[in-house]
Design a protein around this ligand. Sequence first.
Ligand SMILES: [Zn+2]
Length: 177
Amino acid sequence: MAVLEVLVYPDARLKQKSRPVEEFSEPLLHFIADLEETMAAGPPSVGIAAPQVGRFERILLVDVSCKPKIKSHGRLIMINPEITDKEGNIVGREGCLSVPDYTGNVARWERIEVTAFDKLGNRHVYSMEGFEARAVQHEMDHLDGLLFLDRVVSRRDGLFRRKVYGKKSSETDSRRS
Ligand SMILES: [Zn+2]
């Protein structure tokens, strides 16, 4: 296993669209293990997407279980995810491993149904809401070459500079993903 380098804005590769995974094989499992290790090694975060480490395939990892008061599915690996239903709209604060100096307010679907494959190629349908739904939408944006900076509600008053990079105590509302 290895900790991979995380691409940081304004690296142009973050704008690249990722292709679907076609083969569920041993190299995929190795890559997912590396992605998990990379997420664990970095500053506190609730998700990471393959293109953030320069692999342009539709793979993401989300885990919001660090927030004990919200409903979640625990650690989720989603491959070729598709939103199949959506409802509501809510603005919330987001951070990103690839945008280390800022957080921003972004509008997302409040509830979503997502279809995705796990690392063994089994198809699942997830219903999720709130922060977990937000994290998945944020990671899915990475697969299409979008950052939260592209969606922030207002460049003037919807973008916030982080006070201290990597300081854990201030991360509760703006964990990176
Ligand atoms: Zn991100």
